[in-house]
Ligand binder design. Structure first.
Ligand SMILES: Nc1nc2c(ncn2[C@@H]2O[C@H](COP(=O)(O)OP(=O)(O)OP(=O)(O)O)[C@@H](O)[C@H]2O)c(=O)[nH]1
Ligand SMILES: [Zn+2]
Length: 294
């Protein structure tokens, strides 16, 4: 498995050992990303000067794409084969935003990855803040864990156990804090990714860290959000199962933009099946696909 990518060098994990590799020419233009399962040939000794070659990429179970941004107009795959997307949101400082969670939920469903909402800084939040925030998704089967400075993230650990999980969240919500608690020896868990260039702390690319209890956690420093430009209005609805049923009454090819265009979702909400806020959030994401909303 590829656990780190840095300037053309791929850190791979092979039988509990780190092997540094480069791409073989036969890969063509195919990108290799963290989480990819690859076939290696050449020097697999893992010695300081050993360099293997990646000759094949296994079919991907799931694909998470980064949003295009100012520096890079293309959506790019940043993690392959993730099982779970952990949406990390602080309950305060910075204040939580439902729109960000909705966007990540759509990205997770579209990528075929299970979502998990992780609410941090519960120790700073008012009583009931977590319950109030998670109520927005009460119509969904969305698993939620809360974490706080004064407690070990036991419940989170259980949910990460044995799986490949990707953390996404705004700067300052506490991702690094979580990673350091989950993987106490983070530097070693990267297999010394610094050996191929940068250490974890200065790296801006995703790095997979081995969890002590099995499984992997991938931090995504610098990733502001996941891209939705490639997601159709219908697929976008998968992130809003409370609205999806109402769309069955829509005319064929409905883009769900407004009641004037015949969309049945306004009626669905008026009948009390879903909240107006959920519909507004769906339409906001619909309109903002392709923009770099963070
Ligand atoms: N009180 C409290 N503070 C926390 C908690 N988690 C993180 N913090 C603090 O919040 C600040 C930001 O935490 P980080 O872990 O650096 O956040 P991050 O998401 O990694 O941010 P970037 O590195 O910018 O992406 C730090 O000062 C942490 O000590 C928590 O559960 N409770
Ligand atoms: Zn519609």
């Amino acid at each position: 498995m590829v656990v780190g990518v840095d300037r053309g060098r791929y850190t791979c994990w092979l039988d509990d050992q780190v092997v540094v590799a480069m791409r073989a020419r036969e890969l063509g233009r195919k990108s290799v990303v963290v989480g990819d399962r690859v076939a290696l040939v050449g020097d697999l000794s893992g010695g300081p000067d050993a360099l293997a070659r990646i000759v094949r990429i296994a079919e991907r179970r799931s694909v998470l794409r980064r949003t295009a941004d100012d520096d890079d107009p293309y959506e790019r795959v940043i993690v392959a084969n993730a099982d779970q997307l952990v949406i990390v949101t602080a309950l305060v400082d910075p204040p939580p935003r439902t729109g960000f969670v909705d966007r990540c939920l759509v990205a997770a469903f579209d990528a075929g990855v299970d979502p998990l909402l992780c609410l941090t800084k519960a120790d700073l939040a008012a009583d009931g803040a977590a319950e109030e925030f998670r109520r927005h998704w009460s119509a969904l089967d969305l698993p939620v864990v809360t974490t706080r400075r004064d407690d070990e993230p036991v419940e989170l650990e259980e949910r990460l156990n044995g799986r490949l999980s990707v953390l996404i969240g705004h700067s300052g919500v506490g991702k690094s804090t979580l990673v350091n608690r989950l993987v106490p020896d983070a530097e070693r868990a990267t297999g010394g990714v610094s050996a191929v260039g940068k250490g974890r702390h200065t790296s801006t690319s995703a790095v997979a860290l081995a969890l002590p209890g099995g499984g992997w956690v991938i931090d995504t420093p610098g990733v502001r959000s996941f891209g939705l430009a490639h997601v159709s209005p219908a697929s976008l609805l998968a992130g809003f199962p409370d609205l999806a049923e109402g769309a069955e009454e829509c005319p064929p090819g409905c883009e769900h933009r407004s009641a004037e265009e015949g969309c049945a979702l306004d009626e669905w909400v008026a009948e009390g099946h879903a909240s107006p806020e959920r519909l507004a959030s769906y339409r906001y994401l619909l309109a903002s696909r392709g923009d770099f909303v963070s």
